[in-house]
Ligand binder design. Sequence first.
Ligand code: AMP
Length: 283
Amino acid sequence: MKICRSISCLQKELPAAGKREIGFVPTMGALHQGHLSLVRRCREENGLVVVSIFVNPAQFGPTEDLQRYPRDPEKDIAMLENENVDLLFMPDNGEIYPQPYRTYVNVEGLDSGLCGRTRPVHFRGVATVVLKLLNLVRPQRAYFGQKDAQQAMIIRQMVRDLNLPVRIRVMPIVRDGDGLALSSRNAYLSPPERQAALLLPNSLQKAAALVRCGVGESRIIRESMQIELDRDPLLVTEYISIVRLDDLQDIPAVEPGNTLIAAAVRAGRTRLIDNLLLGDLSC
Ligand code: AMP
């Protein structure tokens, strides 16, 4: 696996791919099986696999966890070597945001609800760095996780709006055996917080059961999820939202095939998100 820390290295290495199709997986590192599920699919579908690790300062608010975000580059490199990744791009901040840096991407309307409500600059930072990385790597396909469903919808919209020549592939959520969605931030959780965090996937299971039984009213589903989340005082609910998948607008009742049920909680200082899709994000 070739490791590039500079854009000039990337620009030297990529043409060597020749006619092979390029698949790209952007990450912030502290890799886990969720990330590796994207890398594996990318490996299956492309001749050249490029992964990036960049903890993007533009997507963290001033009071968020940029400084303490988990970083373990040695372990990440070993994991990616093991997956036969061809090229790892690990730039530093100056490489991506040379000063003065002034250009940002706003995907209007999709970035203000759900996580955007408490993270007002987050999706602007995500869209900006993803556009820059897509411009640098020029992949045929790029891989994202349903875990960050709002992010995936925003990237899809950006790619459509800006006519970017890339196919966005969205992969299912990978979970621990007990149901907690894998996240780099799970490393922050104390044992009691880790236990309480299980109420998040459990609340989504409750929602799924209601929908299966024919209960479609959003208010009833949200109330049932809130009761589940309130079972442990260590969890503080940030939002429970039931939105149309294509425009992320709140809906009064689930629309089969086009609904995202998403929630965010805090366990201590750690913010966790999870979601359930009544529809298809996969292609
Ligand atoms: P991150 O390093 O958190 O920016 O994540 C990089 C990519 O991995 C994003 O597209 C995430 O949605 C995806 N990802 C993170 N956690 C999971 C998971 N548990 N299952 C599937 N994909 C994930």
